[in-house]
Design a protein. Structure first.
Length: 472
């Protein structure tokens, strides 16, 4: 992993940019916005993808695989993610040439260029909250530029270039880059210590959020329900702090939350109130919507208008996303990769599954997080799912750690009958199909590549349609 060096100078002018790791959702979105600016774009990724093909169709020069020969002679900036290795040949050659080599967050900073910025930060809920704000602003007749961490379902993209002064981003706290931006309105969804490999300690993590919030030019919108956010709020010196949540002390408060299906609730601000019914399930999405509404209020919109606008949000890709139904079993995917997120995703599934059961297919993400949190994952999965299939660890940027596998999670279950560790994906798909029955939900969980198992699960379900051993 390459840690971002935010002290490196960012070029004032960029006419041709090369992206190392261009196929990721964040990087492909940035590359597309560079194309929107009329900048020549090239880039590479380790595998072909729809994102690469879409960029090529727009005129970008894209390569599958990393090779020094892919770096054009005439680029004046090279953009990289933190996920590449320092030995990446394109990265090494760019450094040897003396080219400006900047982290993707610095490329985003360059794109923002001093516009009025809404930055959404937090350990969980950032992508959904950002998507809600962007969708709502568009429903209110504005045209913000935006960069989100996931694809907004209604728009089919994770980023877009708008025509007005507003710029909305999902700001990343994992590597401290959210401190780079000149934020006008800061939204903090929650503060649950994570990414301590970067921050070093929980105290440093909290202090980072305090710095992020106090630097906001106009307002801080922060959860009144989350204990970590309340700790941050107590340390703020900002003159305008707006809280949201179900707490009686929240400035923007939700009440009468109904979760049997798409979530609905009442939102209150001062003497005003409005009814809201979202198109997405889960009590956590009512909280996310309250944060989005609070941001809209700070931007000058009225409560009723903000409530109606947030209702237009249809979800984001890889957030409780339905991929197919076979043999009466619905197969969903969710990006959840932290115990709190897993609990929220499965709790949302519980509100809509009816009399069916929930079968979680969990892919632990990174060896460090698995080693640190395997007990918490086991507790949450055992509490919120009826049965769990645990895959092996998706290492991402990390080297394997001896003894750290998905079996750590399965062995931490109190009731071993509720879990099965299956390292082989085809075996895992077949086993999942064998235990699933009509009305059940299968939910894949993780921010790695676990979603790629879904076709195998659907096929396994289809092939066992007439199996005599199918459960009642």
């Amino acid at each position: 992993m390459i840690r971002p060096d935010l002290s490196l100078p960012i070029p004032e002018t960029i006419t041709a940019a090369h992206f190392i790791g261009i196929g990721g959702s964040g990087m492909s979105g940035l590359a597309g916005m560079f194309l929107d600016r009329g900048i020549r774009v090239s880039g590479s990724d380790r595998a072909d993808s729809a994102a690469l093909q879409a960029l090529a169709a727009r005129g970008a020069e894209v390569f599958v695989g990393h090779d020094a020969a892919h770096l054009p002679d005439d680029v004046d900036a090279v953009v990289h993610t933190g996920a590449i290795w320092p030995e990446n040949p394109e990265f090494v050659l760019a450094k040897q040439r003396g080219l400006p080599v900047i982290h993707r967050s610095q490329a985003l900073y360059w794109l923002i260029g001093g516009r009025r910025l809404v930055s959404v930060a937090g350990a969980h809920g950032k992508t959904t909250s950002t998507g809600m704000i962007v969708t709502a602003l568009r429903a209110l007749g504005t045209a913000p530029t935006f960069v989100n961490g996931g694809v907004i379902a209604d728009l089919g993209v994770s980023s877009g270039t708008g025509s007005d002064e507003l710029f909305v981003i999902e700001a990343d706290e994992s590597d401290g880059t959210f401190l780079l931006y000149d934020t006008s309105v800061a939204l903090i969804t929650n503060v649950d210590p994570d990414h301590l490999d970067h921050w070093g300690s929980g105290d440093a993590f909290f202090e980072g959020f305090v710095r992020f919030a106090d630097a906001a030019r106009e307002a801080v919108v922060i959860s009144a329900d989350d204990a970590g956010a309340r700790r941050v709020a107590r340390e703020l010196t900002h003159s305008r702090v707006v809280s949201f949540g179900s707490s009686a002390e929240a400035d923007v408060r939700i009440a009468a939350v109904t979760t049997d299906g798409p979530v609905s609730f009442t939102v209150l601000h001062g003497e005003e109130s409005a009814q809201v019914q979202l198109a997405v399930p889960g009590a956590h999405n009512a909280i996310n919507a309250a944060g989005a509404i609070a941001v809209l209020l700070t931007l000058g919109h009225g409560l009723e208008a903000a409530a109606r606008a947030v209702e237009s949000f249809g979800g984001t890709v890889r957030r409780f996303e339905l991929h197919g139904v076979e043999r009466g079993v619905s197969v969903y995917d969710d990006y959840a990769h932290h115990p709190t997120e897993v609990a929220a995703a499965l709790e949302a599934a519980r509100t809509v599954v009816g009399s069916g059961r929930i079968i979680a297919v969990h892919q632990p993400h990174t060896y460090s997080r698995t080693q640190q949190m395997y007990r918490e994952f086991a507790e949450v999965l055992e509490s919120f799912a009826d049965h769990t299939v645990v895959l092996d660890v998706y290492g991402a940027r990390e080297d394997p750690v001896p003894g750290v596998t998905g079996e750590l999670v399965s062995e931490a279950f109190a009731d071993s009958s509720k879990v099965r560790y299956v390292a082989d994906w085809q075996d895992a798909a077949d086993y999942t199909a064998s235990v699933a029955r009509e009305g059940d939900y299968v939910v894949t969980l993780g921010c790695g590549n676990v979603y790629l198992i879904i076709p195998q699960v659907l096929q396994a379900l289809q092939s066992t349609r007439s199996s005599p051993g199918e459960q009642d």
